[in-house]
Design a protein around this ligand. Sequence first.
Ligand SMILES: *[C@@H]1O[C@H](CO)[C@@H](O)[C@H](O)[C@H]1NC(C)=O
Ligand SMILES: *[C@@H]1O[C@H](CO)[C@@H](O)[C@H](O)[C@H]1NC(C)=O
Length: 290
Amino acid sequence: VVCFWLLTPSSLLCLFSSETVRAGKVLVVPVDGSHWLSMKILVEELSRRGHEMVVLVPETSVLIGKSGNYTTKYFCVPYTLAELNANLDHIKNNAFEKPPQLTDIFVNLGNLMRFTDMQVKACEGLLYNESLMKSLRETGFDVVLTDPFLPCGTIISDSFSLPAIYFLHAIPCRLDEAAAQCPSPPSFVPRFFTGFSDKMTFPQRVRNTLMTVFQKYQCHQLFASFGELASRYLQKDTTYKELLGNGAVWLLRYDFTFEFPKPQMPNMVQIGGINCAKKGPLTKVRCLST
Ligand SMILES: *[C@@H]1O[C@H](CO)[C@@H](O)[C@H](O)[C@H]1NC(C)=O
Ligand SMILES: *[C@@H]1O[C@H](CO)[C@@H](O)[C@H](O)[C@H]1NC(C)=O
């Protein structure tokens, strides 16, 4: 190795790096929909750098597909494409097409729970498919790269005793922060749906704190089925939050340039810029917000 010539501490690093630069085998457990679009950029780049990427794809999916740049393994799911699309439309119409109102929380929560219930059933089908799981286990992966919005990847990494790399923007009700024991003071980290910034007046802080309490309840509702599946499959008493807390690295599609600053843990890495990797020309039409 060339680094032998250098008498600096970095020469030591180079010695070790000759070991660590070997290509790895990465099991990718994505979440369908827009979540996949930015994860795909990372998966393709890692593949280009010589790592073996195996992507687990639900048989029925909106956006995850085959590519010459990574291997795909399909698993059966108990729903049709029409059912999946109908479910996603419900979420989209309420959550994205208009600015969220406080009263939308319950509608959104209901829609989200219908979607996650569907996905948890799919995840169950994957986990309990013994032949598929056996073949994955025998592949000898080094790491699991997953979007923890859904529990499959996290459960697999625990079951295979592999480090989990998370790729996400955020998890509803801030379960990510709770799991990582990341401080998130309601005095200056605005909760979703409040429309507040990091600089709040006293009454706003009070409302933000009330929202924090409400979100704890939301978390309980949303992730109960994840915890139930994890406990049953891994045969130990656990919750999704506890499982999530074992993650090795959190790759966050977050950036303080676009979003309010907030505390982060040392194993959280901001990769918000990845959202800009696919560039397109700006339109000439200027949008004026009304
Ligand atoms: C593989 O990735 C390259 C960019 O790295 C892209 O140009 C090409 O279209 C991709 N191939 C497939 C089959 O998606
Ligand atoms: C398990 O997965 C394999 C590969 O995706 C599939 O061919 C098989 O039908 C599945 N088995 C069950 C019981 O779903």
